[in-house]
Design a protein around this ligand. Structure first.
Ligand code: PLP
Length: 454
């Protein structure tokens, strides 16, 4: 339960009130219509509190870069400035530096992608890739299909371009079953959108170690999804920041490896190297690439040249594949700590997914427990998570929460799950006492992974 039944505001000293907070925004009637739906994410509001050291945050998705060889990175950067500093600190190409694009193709080969560096556009993280793709394809009111649930940062981009997100159900990948986006649900969504003559611009999907659901599409399912895409002439945007961070098996072929005509692929160095350089990329069919580069030039002129040289030097100077194995081992240990902690501490009617890589576990709460309503009490009990509602465009998801195991140590994860177990048990007591109706329901579609008990 929340420490002594108190709310976070009662436990933690209040922040100094700022004069500006009390003023109305003088420009409120001048903002473009596309800003009207821009709202702070659920986690943002509590972030200042959740980041305090006494709170175990299972909320943020920050990669753990403490194991990076900083001496190697430091040496490479030092050498870069001395030998190539004037080029590295100059403006560069809107498409990105040729040497890095070549190296990016080597990285993608690990997932079976055979790509021409000329089809790669370097971006400011894959987040900017998402922005550019949406910018060049979507008009207000266009439909974008996305998994239910989906990556909160992508939903923010789609909202920003006034797209209408239609969620497509997923499966949990429980033993004997496939996981990830359901080809059948995709087909049904396309048929029903066709009947209403809605314009679908693309499907946005995360096939590996999904954020937030933690599930992975198997090879058979990838083929089925692409067959549906072929049948309905659907473009697929494949977002793959976690694909190389698997715990058990070699990476599966990317969707782009199975179809180079209708898949646009997004990659990133944020999770396999470091997010601070802000280097990601888009691999797209040639004509799309030309449009992306034009959009990129108008957005930022060129992606950060120094960062590109830095990533390129790291890839040349260091055993980056060995480093990815080090990261994967670290995350595997943390995943195990989380799954054990959940088994030990969560009430029996709670279920969750078992990720085989990446950062996230998706938890389904017992009936009657609302993750959004519970969050302030959880933070009061010094544990934080992201409520499931952040990952849907339509307010659904209150019966779910995302837990991340990437950043806290295994000990902190165990303690975090213990605190979470207490908070949920307390919520259940309250639900029983007041006869609260179950939080699940209210929408008659597949709600996302139903999650399997560990
Ligand atoms: C699924 C997914 N896509 C894209 C991003 C953005 O990554 P970046 O812009 O750092 O490459 C993230 C970050 O967490 C993510 O989880």
């Amino acid at each position: 339960m929340a420490a002594g039944g108190r709310t976070p505001a009662e436990i933690l000293p209040a922040a100094e009130p700022r004069a500006r907070d009390t003023r109305l925004d003088a420009w409120v009637d001048r903002y473009a219509a596309r800003t009207h739906q821009m709202t702070a994410s659920a986690i943002r509001a509590l972030f200042a509190v959740a980041n305090r050291p006494e709170v175990v945050s299972l909320a943020g998705g920050m990669p753990n870069i403490a194991d990076l060889p900083l001496d190697v990175v430091g040496d490479a950067l030092h050498k870069l400035v001395l030998t190539n500093g004037t080029q590295a600190m100059q403006y560069g190409s809107g498409q990105g530096e040729p040497m890095l694009r070549q190296q990016i193709c080597e990285v993608m080969r690990l997932e079976g992608i055979d790509a021409d560096p000329d089809d790669v556009t370097v971006t400011v993280g894959s987040q900017q890739g998402l922005d550019l793709i949406t910018r060049i394809f979507c008009d207000p009111g266009d439909v974008v299909l996305a998994e239910a649930p989906s990556y909160v940062g992508a939903l923010g981009v789609f909202r920003g371009y006034q797209c209408d997100v239609v969620h497509v159900g997923m499966d949990d990948g429980s033993p004997g079953g496939s996981g990830g986006l359901s080809p059948q649900a995709l087909r049904e969504a396309l048929v029903s959108l066709q009947a209403t003559r809605r314009r679908v611009k693309f499907l946005y999907t995360i096939p590996n170690f999904h954020n937030p659901a933690g599930v992975t599409q198997d090879l058979q399912r990838r083929r089925e999804l692409l067959a549906v895409a072929e049948e309905f002439d659907l473009m697929v945007v494949e977002d793959n920041p976690y694909g190389l961070l698997g715990f058990d098996a070699a990476p599966l072929p990317a969707l782009r490896a199975l179809n180079s005509e209708r898949v646009i692929y997004l990659g990133s160095f944020s999770k396999t190297f470091a997010p601070g350089f802000r280097i990601g990329w888009v691999l797209a069919p040639h004509a799309v690439k030309d449009k992306l580069v034009l959009a990129q030039e108008s957005a930022v002129l060129c992606p950060p040249v120094f960062s590109q040289f830095a990533v390129s030097s790291y890839l040349s100077a260091h055993d980056w594949q060995g480093q990815i194995k080090v990261f994967s081992e670290l995350y595997r240990e943390r995943r195990d700590a989380m799954l054990t902690g959940l088994s030990d501490h969560l009430p029996a009617s709670t279920t969750w997914t078992r990720p085989a890589g990446g950062f996230f576990v998706w938890v389904r709460l017992p009936a009657g427990v609302d993750s959004q309503a519970m969050l302030p009490r959880a933070v009061g009990a010094r544990v934080a998570y992201v409520p499931g509602t952040a990952f849907y465009s339509d307010g659904f998801g209150s019966a779910y929460m995302r837990l991340s195991y990437c950043f806290p140590t295994p000990e902190r994860i165990r303690e975090g799950t213990r605190r979470l177990g207490e908070v949920i048990a307390h919520e259940l007591d309250l639900a029983e006492l007041f006869g609260t109706t179950p939080a699940v329901g209210g929408r008659n579609v597949t709600p996302g992974p139903s999650a399997n008990q560990s």
